[in-house]
Design a protein around this ligand. Structure first.
Ligand SMILES: Nc1ncnc2c1ncn2[C@@H]1O[C@H](COP(=O)(O)OP(=O)(O)OP(=O)(O)O)[C@@H](O)[C@H]1O
Length: 639
């Protein structure tokens, strides 16, 4: 399979447009965008277009992928252009318009074209919602099963207590044989059979993603746009989904256009590519676009190796932070984690691996104390009154920072364990008055709304946090009582916000794009050296493109230097440059004195299905980097 290679554009790609031959008859044109400019609705006459001279034609039978690079949400913008969310000037002429195959057949494009996007967050709004509800008892309104969600019209209406039980209920429409056969075939191909009768809310991330694609296919659009369909899917599932999509596309049931990140593998069956970076778009046959853009085999493999440090060659592994012994998580007779033991120590870098549904997110939710069953894992037998010994532990326990979950206030856990996951990304509030600075500042105390005069937290839980030895506070640690202590802490917090902004923000993307070294010496001053960083800090968080929102939430996770950082699928939705910047920052613990990256006192757990995204490896990080695998409810360290 081809992988995209990181590259530099020296000349504007606009000048390299390939003109597709349009000798196909109009009915054979699926998409017709002949040299247009694309604007936001409401943009003035002299506004900068989102795309200039966009020239893209898709013919019946061709298989297209849209590749996005640049981090500004360009790929999403191109899909939104197809969905009519932007102004196209001049609009493709009648009678064919933008989708000749539909318009000329008398069909309405806007009901026949649909999108499933995984770069987008599902929920909107300004309030944080409690995603941990998924782990508890399932509420009545959340009982909708995967099967029912596919055919909601077949769910019998709820009977109200006042209704006469002798009344014959309205018959629910049955699914046709043809529909049911197709459904069963797709369920089997997508490996969803065993989850059909589970509540939708209980499905894992990868299972949910596949279910969303299935639902979209069942609605029978004529054209389905899938933005990053492989994100969050395990290695085994990816080829299954790709081959299902290819089969559907060939039969036009429906036609499929997939969106990929610059660093993703390009499926073999994709024969045409449209590549988007900034306002520049290149469209054409796969091989010629690859050639024109100087792309080729390489991708991640072509990325620079990290520089070996000489400053801190001996790995330092410290105290046990998390200690799980024989823990279990079970829903009715469904065992998700079964007798699982794992210890996480200071200084360790873990890659948590396992197929979709193997229990990774569940395990993290035990560690963060969000899972109700985290309270029930430590069991002390009744104390023998004749003995003065301390209670003996049974064979099962869950110790977070040497304490059972029940003894740890949630505020303390939130500031001691930073997490970024797809669920948190979706749940994080998007209030229009929240700036990038505010969002990063919530990371110190693990809050979801800005607190304190400087928006770096109020210091609640600060003393308990300091007992868990946060990293890199110098003399500050343990002496934070009183106003002086808080002033010192507040100055440290502000300097840290600037540090992560400089190290992971727009300045770093610029440097990475220019292929300069990403790691910099963090500025000790409490104000930013770059106006770009300053501007970015003041930008409204919800107004940022989604890839940028993702990296800001990563800054939030790293800013407080907590003892434990959990990074669940954090690279999904980020563009190649951001992934590179973030990986190098995480690797750079001992390359930079005094601040950047993560330090030897911190432990990090990374979850990703893409081996290439893990910042550490066995050769270069021997002694600190380890892999923990989950399968069939069991977990073990992979040597
Ligand atoms: N309330 C519940 N009832 C029954 N099963 C549940 C419930 N909640 C979760 N599960 C099951 O637990 C399993 C583990 O889910 P989890 O989200 O931890 O998997 P994961 O390893 O993180 O998967 P992915 O790679 O897809 O993110 C899944 O098979 C899921 O269906």
């Amino acid at each position: 399979m081809h992988r995209w290679h990181s590259y530099k554009c020296k000349t504007p790609l606009i000048s390299t447009f390939r003109k597709l031959s349009t000798n196909a008859s109009s009915e054979e044109l699926v998409v017709n965008i002949p040299k247009v400019d694309v604007y936001r609705f409401g943009d003035g006459k002299h506004a900068q277009p989102l795309f200039r001279d966009l020239n893209w034609t898709v013919k019946e039978g061709e298989s297209w992928a849209v590749i996005g690079s640049g981090g500004g949400g360009e790929k999403t913008a191109l899909f939104n252009t197809l969905l009519g969310r932007y102004r196209i000037a001049p609009y493709p002429p009648p009678p064919g318009g933008l989708f000749p195959f539909l318009t000329l057949a008398g069909l309405d494009p806007y009901s026949e074209v649909s999108i499933v996007s995984f770069g987008h967050r599902q929920q909107a709004g300004g309030a944080f919602y409690d995603y941990s509800a998924r782990y508890g008892a399932v509420h009545e309104e959340d009982r909708l099963t995967l099967r029912q969600s596919m055919f909601p019209e077949t769910i019998p209406p709820l009977r109200m207590p006042y209704e006469d039980t002798n009344d014959t209920p309205e018959p629910v429409p049955a699914i046709s044989v043809e529909e049911s056969t197709r459904f069963n075939e797709l369920v089997a191909q997508m490996g969803l059979g065993q989850f059909l009768d589970l509540p939708l809310i209980a499905l894992s991330n990868g299972q949910t993603r596949r279910a969303r694609i299935l639902k979209a296919v069942l609605k029978k659009p004529k054209l389905l746009l899938l933005d990053e369909p492989l994100t969050g899917l395990d290695v085994k599932t990816r080829p299954l989904l790709l081959s299902t999509l290819h089969g559907l596309h060939v039969k036009k049931e429906p036609r499929v256009i997939i969106g990929l990140r610059g660093q993703d593998a390009l499926p073999d069956w994709v024969d045409h590519v449209v590549y988007v970076k900034g306002t520049m778009v290149t469209a054409g046959e796969r091989e010629s676009v690859l050639r024109e853009l100087e792309l080729g085999l390489g991708g991640w493999a072509g990325q620079p190796k990290k520089t070996k440090s000489t400053a801190n060659p001996t790995p330092k592994i410290g105290q046990i932070l998390i200690d799980l012994k024989n823990v279990k998580v079970q829903y009715s007779d469904r065992k998700v984690l079964d007798q699982l033991s794992w210890q996480i120590r200071q200084g360790e870098r873990w890659h948590l691996v396992g197929e979709n549904g193997s229990g990774k997110t569940t395990l993290l939710s035990l560690i963060t104390g969000d899972h109700p069953q985290s309270y029930t894992q430590t069991r002390y037998p009744p104390q023998d009154s004749s003995s003065s010994d301390s209670p003996r532990e049974t064979s099962s326990h869950l110790q977070l920072f040497s304490q059972p979950r029940s003894r740890l206030p949630t505020t303390l856990l939130r500031s001691a364990i930073a997490i970024l996951s797809p669920e948190l990304f979706d749940a994080f509030p998007r209030r229009s008055n929240m700036t990038v600075w505010d969002v990063i500042g919530t990371g110190f105390d693990g809050d979801f709304v800005p607190k304190g005069k400087k928006s770096v937290g109020s210091g609640i839980g600060m003393q308990v946090s300091s007992s868990l030895s946060r990293e890199g506070r110098g003399g500050c640690e343990g002496s934070m009582e009183g106003q002086d202590g808080w002033n010192e802490e507040e100055s440290w917090r502000m300097a840290r916000v600037w540090e992560v902004l400089e190290a992971l923000g727009p300045e770093a993307w610029k440097r990475a794009n220019a292929s300069e070294s990403i790691i910099t010496t963090p500025s000790p001053a409490s104000s930013p050296s770059s106006s770009l960083t300053h501007q970015f800090a003041q930008t409204s968080f919800p107004s940022l493109p989604l890839p940028q929102q993702r990296i800001v939430l990563l800054m939030r996770a790293l800013v407080g230097r907590p003892p434990l950082i959990l990074l669940d699928e954090v690279w999904s939705g980020m563009d190649e440059t951001m992934v590179r910047v973030a990986r190098e920052y995480l690797q750079g613990d001992h390359l930079v004195a005094g601040g950047a990256g993560v330090g030897p006192g911190q432990a990090v757990v990374v979850i990703t299905h893409w081996e290439e995204e893990v910042p550490w490896n066995r050769d270069e990080d021997a002694g600190v980097f380890r892999k923990f695998r989950l399968s069939g409810g069991k977990g073990w360290v992979e040597e």
